[in-house]
Design a binder for this molecule. Structure first.
Ligand code: 5AD
Ligand code: SF4
Length: 482
């Protein structure tokens, strides 16, 4: 699960069906301000919350001051996550008071993993909050909002994932008019792995997979709505499994073969995977499917066997190396990405050097790295050999330096290459558009906005810190990523 430390403003692609004719659509127009923290699953969930609010008369706003409803879609994975939400609520309280002076209402909801973990504690500590809603209950948002508006504080943190998935599928049956070229599709939620540092099994619950039929239908509808690239999402996405129409049990690999048959879907990706669940069929899919992009986020967390065992990662460092070899044999050009934690309890200098040496051996295209933080309720938080903050900081800096070198080398290896870029939006400079390479690198090109939503061959001329810069190469066919 790629998590960013800073809030990600939700990409509100307003996919709500504009053809909705329900009576509630005629309600007074209202504005919702949605702030999304954390992983891509939260971005997907924020979009779905915006979807269910559309028929209730809500449109989105980027200005909190204009909002009749503010929703914080929170992440619990980092240290002091709950405290940060409480201080944000303190700031929002002032905006709410200012609106009240102008005679305007502002309702406040807290969603996501902090909502799930803290529950009623949120209403107790922050009385301005009208609604606390866990990740499995978003489809109930309109009903819960009504209850909250009638003056009852609402705390809804049931784990009813089947109901959420059913709702997502019903929504998919109403095709939206137009969607962004690249979109997420949740196929699986929850995690049964119980890594000893991680809150996810507690905040998102046990692993539940959506059915093949639900996923294929939603993907087909997305293709009709203009989506060219789908990233399948799950906390443990390669743990996805379901009964196929052929009567066999399907894994993620088989599902990818099926999705690659959908007309108009040119690119498939998935995240986040666990090394233990990379089976043969999934690796073969990387060899066989042109639509499956040559990029894999496969967190290892540590390169030390004793730390891996203490993290309960359920594999050794050698098993990870063997897996990487098999993946590279199937897809030699694949870009590997990873998550690392430094300073897990008991991590010695030697353990850390084992991680550094794993990175040198594998060579990653990019990676996320974090200092270990004690998460309440996880076994790691109770371990008594916690590592000093200073040591963690020094190790993180050393690791990030190495990863930055590898990322630069990988980016530089694309110079003079021509490959397909899926253009997604306008760039910061006038006349510039931005897309993604098959290896998930942002690519900037001077070209017409009309190309947004299309895949074009691009030759890479130079690299910046995070992006590649290139020029269109019309007429180049059969290049990777097209
Ligand atoms: N401390 C530091 N990093 C963590 N992660 C998850 N829990 C913790 C924690 N307690 C990191 C892992 C995971 C990523 C999403 O966040 O690297 O893969
Ligand atoms: Fe957390 Fe481990 Fe599950 Fe990933 S696999 S979500 S790190 S418990």
């Amino acid at each position: 699960m790629a998590v960013v430390g800073e809030p990600v403003e939700a990409t509100l692609d307003n996919t709500t069906s504009k053809t909705d004719t329900s009576a509630s659509a005629a309600l007074q127009p209202k504005k919702v301000f949605m702030r999304t923290y954390g992983c891509q699953m939260n971005v997907y969930d924020s979009d779905r919350m915006t979807d269910v609010l559309g028929p209730e008369g809500f449109t989105t706003t980027e200005n909190m001051e204009d909002a009749d409803l503010v929703i914080l879609n929170t992440c619990h994975i980092r240290e002091k996550a709950a405290e940060k939400v409480y201080s944000e609520l303190g700031r929002i309280r002032k905006v709410k008071e200012e609106r009240a002076r102008q005679g305007k209402e502002m309702m406040i909801g807290v969603a996501g993993c902090v909502a799930q973990a803290e529950g009623e504690e949120i209403s107790r500590r922050a009385p301005i909050v009208d609604l606390v809603i866990g990740p499995q209950s978003y489809h109930q948002l309109p009903k819960l909002l009504k209850t909250a508006r009638d003056g009852t504080k609402v705390v809804e943190t049931e784990f009813d994932i089947d109901a959420k998935f059913k709702h997502l599928s019903e929504r998919a049956a109403r095709p939206p008019l137009k969607r962004a070229p690249s979109a997420f599709l949740t196929v699986q939620e929850g995690c049964d792995k119980f890594c000893t540092f991680c809150v996810v099994p507690y905040t998102r619950g046990a692993e539940v997979s959506r059915s093949v039929e639900q996923i294929v239908t939603e993907a087909e509808q997305m293709a009709v709505a203009g989506v060219r690239e789908i990233t399948l999402l799950g906390q443990n996405v390669n743990g996805w499994h379901g009964a196929g129409p052929d009567g066999n049990s399907w894994g993620l690999g088989r599902l990818l073969y099926r999705l690659s048959e959908i007309d108009g879907l040119d690119r498939l990706r998935y995240t986040t995977s666990h090394p233990r669940d990379m089976d043969d069929e999934l690796i073969q899919a990387h060899r066989d499917l042109k639509t499956l992009m040559p990029y894999l986020h496969l967190p290892v967390q540590s390169g030390s066997d004793s730390i891996l065992a203490s993290m309960n990662r359920k594999h050794t460092r050698d098993e990870y190396f063997r897996l990487i070899d098999r993946i590279r044999e199937a897809a030699p050009d694949i870009a590997l990405s990873c998550d690392f934690i430094v300073g897990f309890p008991g991590e010695t200098d030697q353990d850390f050097q084992d991680t550094m040496n794993l990175i040198r051996r594998v060579e990653f295209g990019s990676a996320f790295s974090f200092k270990y933080s004690q998460r309440p309720g996880t076994p790691g938080a109770l371990m008594d050999n916690q590592v000093d903050e200073d040591i963690k900081s020094a190790r993180l800096a050393e690791l990030q330096e190495l990863v930055a070198q590898q990322q630069t080398a990988f980016n530089a290896s694309r110079i003079n290459m021509t490959f397909g870029v899926l253009f997604e939006r306008k760039g910061r400079m006038p006349g510039q558009i931005v897309g993604k390479s098959p290896w998930l690198q942002p690519v900037q090109v001077d070209a017409s906005e009309d190309l947004i939503g299309t895949i074009q061959p691009v030759e890479i001329l130079e690299i910046g810190r995070n992006s590649l810069f290139g020029q269109l190469k019309p007429g180049h066919h059969d290049v990777v990523g097209q």
